[in-house]
Design a binder for this molecule. Structure first.
Ligand SMILES: Cc1cc2nc3c(=O)[nH]c(=O)nc-3n(C[C@H](O)[C@H](O)[C@H](O)COP(=O)(O)OP(=O)(O)OC[C@H]3O[C@@H](n4cnc5c(N)ncnc54)[C@H](O)[C@@H]3O)c2cc1C
Length: 451
């Protein structure tokens, strides 16, 4: 693992790995959902010392180094009453999330992180450094907006920032399971009610104090408390058993879900910037998978998914920290950009669904993957865009967010009609395919993620 402190050092590492054909990957925030930022027997280029952020309040441009986390940007930008579309969990890496697309609470207002990316400085497979934007190397700029991890190391990124001069209303709620119909009813009105300033996530989780799954809800309203309470009044009137919502300074917003933190932080040797090797277990074994739903969501179907998830949590108590979430963010800004305008190929009239399974025993790996796969397949095939009669990939996208897709799906299912162009660009910018750990553009399903 090479922890670099400059662009030059990073480029030397890339060149060295490429020249010696050493398996290679990049680590930013460490939240990969497929183990893509680790390698066995290869080199990890660790960018965690490159977290500097610069805010230009006049041009409203925020630049961040390739190892910055979203909390670095949120904290720096809000000092100038600005914000950037970033992940809903602020320990995630800016580059890792952005290069794959980048959803956040502000997506309803301003689109994806890539829709706000102005340029990126990329280290390519031969170690050269290239600035890419709409004007400079636009073909590569197209590719890095949705499949960037396959093309190089983003060593610096520049984003359009937006005025954020007031606090926001946000937080989490828990409801008992019998409230599911009322919550689905609210979800089914969300696309009509929203003016872009809101976000509404709901799903299933089993808090340690309960013996069956509860309905977990996270809400966001970019505006004053009274308007927020009015918007979400159908939820508040149901009567949550836990209510942790309220007004927050903007830079705390992306901390409300940090309880979902999946990255175990090992003890750090005092005074030294190295991680101790340890025989202690480093937290749970994990798997994250994504799918999508279109609205309206059939209440009986939602109830059947609840029952199945709840059944798994009861049968496997060690998996109780798992969660399944329907992530409703207004998608007008996302879908106003065509699917072929950037490599990101999941712009359509649907919402992401994620399940994050965690368990302890390696013996359960296969079982957990299979249970999770089954439940997510059911969601996609019975409630997702692909089951609509008029569905077309070129028009509606694939419905799969590459950063959520999991590690074993066919690459075609993620990038759809954009795959041929991506493969052509791969020949041009990374002919030896050294950037292949995230999703390997050059393979089909069975040979993905070999190292
Ligand atoms: C609990 C959880 C919550 C999540 N919530 C959101 C969310 O709200 N919105 C959202 O859009 N996504 C979300 N994600 C998905 C997340 O954006 C992706 O997993 C992202 O790739 C993580 O980036 P990272 O830098 O933290 O991870 P890493 O593990 O460091 O990297 C992930 C991938 O990006 C590559 N990479 C990292 N930095 C660079 C760089 N500078 N240049 C080139 N390649 C790089 C790595 O090689 C690896 O392939 C979530 C994931 C988890 C586990």
């Amino acid at each position: 693992m090479v922890r670099v402190t400059s662009t030059d050092e990073a480029s030397t590492v890339v060149r060295f790995a490429a020249n010696h054909r050493i398996p290679f990957t990049v680590k930013g925030g460490g939240y990969s959902t497929t183990g893509a930022s680790i390698t066995h027997g290869g080199i990890v280029l660790d960018l965690s010392n490159l977290r500097r952020v610069h805010v230009n309040p006049v041009s409203r441009i925020v630049t961040a180094q390739g190892g910055a986390l979203w909390e670095d940007i949120d904290v720096a930008a809000v000092q100038h009453r600005l914000s950037v579309v970033g992940s809903t969990l602020n320990h995630i890496g800016v580059a890792g999330a952005t290069l794959g697309g980048g959803y956040g609470w502000l997506t309803g207002q301003y689109g994806l992180a890539i829709d706000n990316l102005l340029w990126a400085r990329m280290i390519l497979a031969d170690g050269s450094v290239m600035l890419v934007s709409e004007d400079q190397h636009p073909d590569l700029f197209w590719a890095i907006r949705g499949a960037g991890q396959c093309f190089g190391v983003a060593i610096e990124l520049a984003f359009r920032a937006h005025r954020q001069d007031h606090p926001v209303f946000a937080g989490t709620l828990l409801f008992s399971a019998d409230n599911l119909p009322a919550i689905v009813e609210f979800a089914n009105k969300f696309d009509i009610l929203t003016d872009g300033n809101q976000g509404f996530w709901f799903g299933f989780a089993m808090p340690s104090s309960m013996d069956r799954c509860a309905i977990f809800v996270a809400i966001f309203y970019n505006g004053p408390q009274t308007a927020a309470r009015q918007f979400f009044s159908p939820l508040f009137s149901i009567g949550p058993v836990v209510n942790e919502t309220g007004m927050l300074p903007y830079d705390s917003l992306n901390g409300i879900l940090n309880v979902m933190d999946t990255v175990s932080r090992r003890r750090i040797l005092e005074g030294a910037d190295i991680t101790l090797p340890s025989d202690e277990p480093v937290g749970t074994r994990k798997s994250l998978r994504g799918s999508n739903i279109t609205l309206p969501l059939d209440i009986n179907f939602a109830a059947s998914i609840y029952s199945e998830f709840d059944g798994i949590m009861r049968e496997f108590p060690q998996a109780r920290d798992s969660i399944l979430l329907f992530e409703l963010l207004p998608n007008t800004q996302i879908t106003k950009v065509p699917n072929d305008a950037t490599a990101f190929a999941s712009r359509g009239p649907y919402h992401n669904v994620i399940s994050l399974f965690g368990w302890q025993d390696a013996d359960l790996d296969e079982r957990m993957h299979s249970l999770q796969g089954d439940i997510m397949n059911q969601i996609g095939t019975r409630a997702g865009i692909a089951c609509k009669p008029d569905y077309s990939v070129s028009k509606h996208g694939t419905g799969l967010y590459a950063n959520y897709a999991g590690h074993d799906l066919p690459i075609e299912a993620i990038f759809g009609d954009n795959l041929p162009r991506l493969r052509e660009l791969k020949k041009k910018y990374d002919p030896n395919n050294i950037f292949k750990k995230w999703h390997n553009l050059n393979t089909s399903t069975d040979t993905k993620n070999s190292i």
